[in-house]
Design a protein. Structure first.
Length: 140
């Protein structure tokens, strides 16, 4: 499960980096950077939990996280060099990024949580998470 999460997060980071590197609009770039910053917190928690449960020490966990995050840098370079500054292409790449994480979240996190906990508790916490995201989008 942890290995699948690591690989999927690495693949997920590449199109986001391409979108970020290709963007020439300041407002979009700032919004995308804020999104990357805020989504990195739960992503880090999701990555570190199975690693720590597997007995990996914290230093190695940070190193693995650094390696998993490196496709963002590669994507920024690719997007900047190739200049894919097109609205539909950016939307396509962001859709791929979100789709990858959605499928991994449902199959590797929510479904196993439903099997080990009460469905009411999982649905409640999921809705609270969606509410926080919605509140953030509305306020900022």
């Amino acid at each position: 499960s942890g290995l699948l999460l690591l690989i999927s997060f690495a693949v997920h980071n590449l199109p986001m980096g391409i979108t970020l590197g290709a963007s020439q609009e300041k407002e979009f770039t700032i919004s995308l950077l804020q999104t990357l910053l805020f989504h990195s917190i739960p992503e880090g928690i999701i990555l570190f939990t199975p690693l720590i449960m597997a007995g990996i020490n914290v230093f190695l966990g940070f190193l693995i996280t650094l390696i998993i995050s490196s496709p963002v840098l590669l994507g920024v370079y690719i997007g900047g060099v190739l200049g894919f500054n097109h609205q539909y292409f950016s939307a396509f790449l962001i859709s791929i990024t979100i789709g990858i994480i959605l499928m991994v979240t449902v199959s590797e996190i929510l479904y196993p949580a439903l099997l080990k906990s009460s469905p009411l508790k999982i649905i409640t916490f999921t809705l609270i998470g969606f509410g926080i995201i919605g509140l953030y989008i509305k306020l900022f």
